[in-house]
Write a protein that binds this ligand. Structure first.
Ligand code: UTP
Length: 408
């Protein structure tokens, strides 16, 4: 794209400020900026112009879960089936590690966070340790695909190398980089993060499969014979990965996907609830539910919308391939966005100052014909580190590690 074309595209959208520093740039920087402007989606700022509104929900209905009691009864048969699938290399794992951990205020990859007290223990190390338990039990390596972003890929890859993959076999570890999306101010103006660069941030965890495909890794998935992918978050220190019981349950129930869920701590807990929307599985946020729905109970008094997701899903690869071209809803998320101000100075805001655009893995569930809701014990499997203090913090995660006899 030429300078004139870029100027025309921007002025039509009221975004000419992106060329403010153009004259100060060297040739390479000019080219980079023009290339980025060419790819900019000018529809995005429009999404925030009239306030941020999420799409309307369809008709909701409850979706039960395979409960802890039922799982206890069928544990052996589920586990046997799961172990067989793992031993036949049908199960792969996908670590979502492209996020920025802005709530924690981290600079580098979240997985490099040292969660230890008496010894060094990194989040990545804990996750690999958890996966190794399954490798030891089954005698089979589980292919691990790690999604990073442009912002943290180099640090993540070097860290794994430096730490010898925490004992994992590097032949079964595959990195891929997710896509980015531009960020805008509250007024819908694109931010710049350098004089030659529009500010971008990872475009949410919903793009994990398309990014894996674009990275050419679907060929690897096929070559290895992987038929199912277990997708999980980087920040849950109790995360069970490629859990044979979960895998076996999804297979036995003949579902195309499964989601680990926990019973809500109270009706108003701020979690996404797995239920049915217009007859298909769907994850609905607490703020999208009416009070009536939140409090509705069955004859025994149990909440009908009781199961919250913990970002641990099992997807059938063939089904993912079928939906890969479908668009996921775009969410507008308020964030702290570092930027270059009018005087050309770099500003790192203390408070949110605009929006970024994300698609979410949880929205993929609504594209599935069915989903096994699989209950797990919260205190045994869910200890995410999201916030600096309080709920879902390093402190709460350490308390739960202690409760589970994990030394740190
Ligand atoms: P979160 O929604 O907690 O986002 O991610 P985050 O970026 O880690 O943290 P905040 O919101 O900025 O504080 C849930 C999981 O999805 C991954 C994260 O790495 C985490 O494992 N994720 C998130 C991505 O892989 N890419 C993204 O663009 C966003």
């Amino acid at each position: 794209m030429t300078f004139e074309q870029a100027r025309a595209k921007l002025s039509e959208a009221g975004q000419e400020h992106l060329l403010r520093y153009y004259d100060e740039l060297n040739e390479e920087q000019k080219e980079k900026l023009l290339c980025q402007i060419e790819q900019l989606d000018m529809e995005l700022p429009g999404m925030v112009e009239h306030g941020v509104a999420e799409a309307e929900r369809g008709k909701l209905a409850p979706l039960g879960a395979v409960t802890l009691e039922e799982i206890a009864e069928k544990r052996e048969s589920y586990e046997k089936l799961g172990i067989q699938a793992i031993q036949s290399c049908k199960i792969g794992a996908v670590l979502l590690a492209g996020g920025q951990g802005t709530r924690l205020g981290l600079e580098g990859p979240k997985g490099m966070l040292n969660i230890g007290v008496n010894k060094e223990i990194f989040l990545f190390e804990r996750l690999i340790g958890n996966l190794m338990e399954v490798v030891e039990k089954t005698g089979a390596w589980i292919p691990l695909f790690i999604m990073t972003s442009e912002k943290n890929n180099d640090d993540t890859v070097s860290f794994f190398k430096e730490k010898n993959y925490f004992g994992y076999d590097p032949r079964y570890v595959f990195f891929f980089v997710q896509q980015m999306a531009p960020s805008v101010s509250y007024e819908g103006k694109f931010y710049m993060e350098e004089k030659y660069k529009v500010s971008t941030s990872p475009n949410g965890n919903g793009g994990w499969f398309i990014s894996l495909v674009r990275a050419g890794l679907l060929d690897k998935v096929r070559e290895l014979g992987v038929e199912w992918l277990n997708v999980f978050a980087v920040d849950n220190v109790l995360q069970k990965i490629a859990d044979p019981v979960f895998v076996g349950a999804v297979l036995e129930h003949g579902c195309v996907c499964g989601a680990k869920v926990v019973a809500k701590a109270d009706p108003h807990e701020k979690v996404g609830v797995l239920c049915l929307e217009d007859g298909k599985p769907s994850i609905v946020e607490y703020y999208e539910m009416t009070d009536e729905i939140i409090h509705s109970r069955d004859e025994s008094g149990k909440l009908l919308y009781n199961y919250g997701v913990i970002l641990n899903y099992l997807f059938q690869v063939d089904t993912l391939v079928k939906i890969v071209d479908q668009n996921l809803p775009l969410h507008v998320v308020e964030k702290k966005i570092p930027y270059i101000n009018e005087d050309g100075e770099y500003v790192k805001p203390e408070q949110p100052n605009g929006y970024k655009f994300e698609t979410l893995v949880l929205d993929m569930i609504h594209m599935m014909d069915n989903c096994l809701s699989f209950e797990v014990e919260r205190d045994r499997e869910f200890a995410p580190i999201k916030n600096a203090t309080g709920v879902d913090s390093l402190e709460s995660a350490r308390n739960l590690m202690k409760k589970n006899g994990i030394s740190f």
